[in-house]
Design a protein around this ligand. Structure first.
Ligand code: ZN
Length: 376
């Protein structure tokens, strides 16, 4: 049975990778627990060829700085950015050129609407919302496609990552915005685009430029909603530009609020959630609720068995509700992945308890991945 090395409790809901229980992470001796947690993350990242921490080079050695996300990497010639996308030495050799606004590391593909997007329970692709201005049909947009823009690189290091392919890319995954924009425009059945990853934060100028190019090229009347799905750790100025595009095109922005407690975020995701919560609050207060019947933003939480429990969900839901109780909130049933393969699917009763507690603070709550629980 997995054991917490700090309180010696045994429980099948203790990750054998983390070896520390939820209670110790939140209430234990952080001075002892934090170094243990950071070492786990740094060991895993080294195996992936990623830097253990965001590089903070001395002024006289800096070759490249990046402020696209809260990690704010300052790189010398021998450093790699935390997201893995910027490596001054490999850029020089042309092996992994830096992403720019005109070219980025992306895997794009089409998916039939409504997709399994966390927001399809309220967005125009999956419901009657937004017709006729933002949707081609008064109902779910069957027979149309969503362009899934999977962006490589991530600003977090989630131990439960379900999209680890974002860590493995080469020059072959580098595409320019002009080519992609033409491809998307030429498929008349595409009605929406979703930038996700990885974390789109690591390539904000690229996704924004691609979005703008598509809007420039498309016929005036054509419906093309543009959405971003991210961990929210991005630079506020860039986020705002994306927000404005999402709002005007009928798209929306999905923030993954993975945790409420900063310590739990560091344990599960390697990085603080401070910027995420700040950004969520700032943008929800500024943008949410102006477009009638079409939420501009949403929140989503993966119910990591043993860690993201109803107590965590209660804090997150309370936080969302304190900003605006109409913000849609999706809870997602967890299944073991990456370094947390040993954890079971979120137990049915835990998922239902989270759903119930969330509903006391926010009005629109949805449980996603229900098929994992045997619900249809
Ligand atoms: Zn413990």
């Amino acid at each position: 049975m997995p054991t917490c090395r700090f309180c010696n409790n045994t429980d099948s809901f203790i990750s054998t990778t983390l070896e520390v229980c939820r209670n110790c992470i939140i209430n234990g001796d952080w001075e002892k627990i934090e170094p243990h947690i950071l070492k786990i993350h740094s060991d895993i990242r080294k195996l992936e060829g990623l830097p253990a921490y965001p590089p903070k080079s001395n002024n006289n050695q800096i070759k490249l700085t990046c402020n696209l996300c809260m990690n704010e990497c300052r790189m010398s010639e021998s450093d790699i950015s935390y997201c893995g996308l910027r490596d001054p030495s490999k850029n020089k050799q042309g092996v992994i050129p830096f992403p720019t606004k005109s070219r980025g590391y992306i895997h794009g593909y089409i998916e039939r609407n409504p997709t399994n997007c966390c927001n399809s329970w309220f967005c125009p692709a999956g419901t009657s919302a937004g017709y006729p201005n933002y949707s081609v049909v008064d109902g779910p947009e069957f027979n149309t496609y969503s362009y899934a823009a999977f962006l490589y690189g991530c600003t977090f290091n989630c131990l439960f990552c379900q999209n680890t392919s974002h860590k493995h890319f080469s020059k072959r995954n580098l595409y320019d915005t002009e080519t992609l924009a033409n491809q998307i425009i030429n498929n008349n059945n595409i009605t929406c685009i979703c930038f996700f990853g990885g974390a789109p934060e690591a390539q904000l100028p690229f996704s924004l430029n691609l979005a703008n190019k598509i809007l420039e090229k498309k016929e005036k009347e054509r419906i093309m909603r543009i959405c971003w799905e991210w961990n929210g750790s991005g630079n506020k100025d860039w986020i705002e530009k994306c927000m404005e595009i999402a709002v005007k095109t009928g798209g929306n922005i999905k923030f993954d609020l993975k945790t409420f407690h900063e310590k739990l975020n560091i344990a599960l995701c390697g990085i603080s959630n401070k910027r995420t919560l700040e950004n969520f609050k700032f943008f929800a207060e500024k943008y949410f609720g102006k477009r009638k019947g079409m939420p501009e933003m949403s929140a989503c939480t993966l119910l990591v068995s043993g860690y993201t429990n109803y107590e965590e969900v209660e804090k997150i839901a309370k936080f969302i509700g304190s900003i605006n109780e109409n913000i849609p909130y999706s809870l997602l049933v967890f299944h073991g992945d990456y370094q947390m393969k040993d954890l079971t699917i979120t137990p049915r009763n835990d998922a239902l308890k989270c759903l119930e507690v969330a509903k006391t603070y926010v009005k629109q709550v949805n449980l996603g991945n229900k098929f994992l629980l045997g619900f249809s």
